[in-house]
Design a protein around this ligand. Structure first.
Ligand SMILES: [Ca+2]
Ligand SMILES: [Ca+2]
Length: 626
């Protein structure tokens, strides 16, 4: 239980003044944040599944990706985030504005004095907490010109969501476990990246750290806080223009849920075991438990259960929750897609009858085309496992040097398949989540590849999802716990706010600096992802628009790595041009007008000279239509 001392307000002001002075002294000499990353490859990280652990999504009988290897990710080489020192300089620099706001506005409830970075920028910096440095950087950060803030955007699909694994995000009461107040403390951070909302991992009472085994759908797990804390978080999100999705886990409950003894008819219990995982009860009957013996599978075709679950939907929607992420929909009736679609149709209709504007995204963990048939249920989106993770199209395209056009054509095909099944449906692009190894590992800890993979994911149509810490290039692979490592706010793991991570997690070594070291570096992974998310806000054509591949003329070795699409929404079109090779490419895109914005992994600029576009390696550029 680490509780730092709280310095006096006077001391804080002195520190801030010292910081401002030192920042002026360093302003001309401060360098870029060094990535310090190890060049060594993380072979074990590529291809991990989920070790057959208790869990979870996809691990069931028919899990496509789940239940495979282990390949513990502990082979992480260090080479550690030595950029922290330089970062402190950057932070001091940025605080020119932020510091004043800090001194006058104060930081109620802030824990200070926990910073432990040897910045080389004077003793004063060591006294500034990571929270203060982040607040200062956020206050000083410039908005992307032309990007509206969340409150002034029309509220439609095509949003960007930030997935928070609450246990590992931010701890506010010193027990080392993230909590709802810790999420609430960082809404400015999440909103500052341009996100339209958050998806909270399960928050209900549960015996596990991941809480995918629910004891009570109507309560908050005490380690995360109280219902009042939840209400306050929800209010704060709405005040800042962000929405909240809850993780709705109804394939199974905890075996400790009272239903299991009081309403056995709610579960799949029968005289003989069926397919997949079943366990015998003392009375000789068998219950289905596809993920774990302590997670009995519900019988979602039971009308009384459906009525009970409708009450659960109503409870949270009436509170103001904006929608749900549905866990493990492929396992509702394992092996029976038609039944699953029928159950999802009921679920969608029930939720939308209560709140027509609710948004629902389902986890159908498959890379087969059955993914798209699930859109017939009316559920708004399903996570796009086709392009995500190490075996998805983005990683394959980048790592195997596949043609850009093939990748872009696959997006068109997905769009068409979704619309064939639900004209209102949208994709849900992502790259990683709590069940999938971190992108840093499967993109070989190569900063350019990590950025570009996320750039490609975030330029896709649909509602895009980013797992916490991906914006920092955090590490985490092998066993599931490793994929849920503490949010890397600072490299002082004992600092206030830092979580200790799931029990059983192996130590993770990050290749890139913590947030405190990336937030003021305009070439950091953080800055790249932030710009990508803000571009979605600036150009609604990205998230909402149609996608159509358009011709590119390019020659030489890089020709196949250049591709372009026209994105049209509301009678407005933009063109997105990709160079997904490491080398500079030149190209002509006849439909392209003038250069509007670009994402550049290296920071090198895209230029336009007449019809000729010069695209540095790993760039994604946005043009108007000619
Ligand atoms: Ca806590
Ligand atoms: Ca099931």
């Amino acid at each position: 239980m680490y509780r730092p001392n709280r310095p006096s307000r006077v001391l804080s002001i002195i520190i801030v003044l010292a910081l401002v002075i030192s920042s002026f002294l360093f302003i001309s000499s401060c360098g870029k944040t060094g990535s310090g990353g190890s060049a060594s490859q993380q072979a074990q990280e590529n291809g991990a599944g989920n070790g057959g652990q208790t869990l979870q999504d996809g691990a069931g009988a028919s899990g496509v990706n789940g239940g495979s290897t282990g390949g513990s990710g502990s082979g992480n080489n260090s080479g550690n985030a030595s950029g922290e020192g330089a970062a402190a300089n950057d932070s001091g620099n940025a605080s020119g504005n932020g510091a004043a706001a800090n001194a006058s506005g104060g930081n109620p409830g802030e824990e200070s004095g926990a910073g432990n970075e040897n910045a080389g920028a004077g003793a004063a910096l060591e006294e500034v907490s990571w929270q203060d440095r982040i607040k200062q950087a956020l206050a000083a950060a410039s908005a992307l010109p032309g990007a509206p803030d969340q409150k002034s955007r029309p509220d439609q699909t095509g949003r960007a969501w930030y997935q928070v694994f609450v246990y590992s995000f931010c701890d506010t009461d010193g027990d080392g476990i993230g909590d709802l107040n810790g999420v609430a403390e960082h809404l400015d951070y999440i909103r500052g990246m341009g996100f339209d909302g958050i998806w909270l991992s399960p928050i209900h009472p549960s015996e596990t750290y991941h809480k995918y085994d629910v004891d009570d759908y109507y309560a908050i797990d005490p380690v995360y806080g109280t219902m009042a804390d939840f209400d306050a978080l929800l209010d704060a999100c709405h005040t800042s223009g962000m929405k909240v999705l809850l993780d709705l886990v109804v394939n199974h409950t905890s075996i400790d849920h009272p239903w299991f003894t009081e309403n056995p008819e709610y579960y799949h219990i029968q005289d003989e075991p069926g397919g997949g995982q079943w366990k015998q009860l003392p009375n000789g009957k068998y219950y289905e438990c596809q993920f774990w013996e302590r997670m009995p599978d519900l019988n979602l075709e039971n009308p009384e259960l459906r009525a009970a679950l409708e009450d659960v939907f109503r409870f949270w929607l009436d509170k103001g929750v904006d929608g749900f992420r549905l866990d493990a929909v492929k396992e509702y009736e394992t092996g029976n897609n038609e039944k699953n679609i029928e159950i999802l149709t009921w679920l969608n209709d029930s939720v939308k009858a209560i709140k027509p504007e609710a948004y629902i995204v389902g986890e159908n963990w498959t890379t087969s085309n059955s993914l798209y048939t699930y859109y017939r249920s009316g559920i708004d989106s399903f996570f796009d496992f086709m392009t995500a993770a190490v075996d998805g199209l983005i990683a394959k395209t980048l790592l195997q040097g596949k043609p850009a056009a093939d990748y872009l054509n696959s997006l068109v095909k997905a769009q068409d398949l979704i619309r064939d099944n639900n004209p209102e449906g949208t994709s849900a692009p992502f790259l990683t989540n709590h069940d999938i190894p971190r992108a840093a590992g499967f993109m070989r800890r190569d900063e350019n590849l990590i950025k570009t993979a996320w750039g490609m994911a975030l330029m896709q149509p649909g509602d895009a999802f980013v797992y916490y810490g991906e914006e920092l290039g955090m590490s985490g692979s092998g066993k599931d716990e490793n994929k849920r490592a503490p949010m890397y706010w600072t490299d002082d793991s004992s600092a206030a706010g830092m979580t200790s991570g799931p029990p059983g997690m192996e130590p993770q070594t990050n290749s890139f600096p913590p947030l405190a070291g990336q937030i003021t570096d305009e070439n950091s992974i953080y800055s790249y992802l932030r710009k990508a998310v803000l571009l979605r806000a600036k150009y609604p054509e990205i998230g909402r628009g149609d996608i159509l591949v358009t011709d590119v003329s390019s020659s030489g070795e890089t020709a196949g790595s250049v591709g372009a699409v026209i994105r049209t929404w509301n009678e407005s079109s933009i063109i997105i041009v990709y160079n997904i090779s490491a080398a500079e490419a030149t190209a002509t895109v006849s439909a392209a007008g003038s250069l509007l914005d670009f994402l550049s992994a290296s920071g090198a600029e895209v230029t336009q000279n007449g019809d000729a576009l010069t695209l540095p390696g790993y760039t994604i550029a946005i043009f108007s239509m000619r």
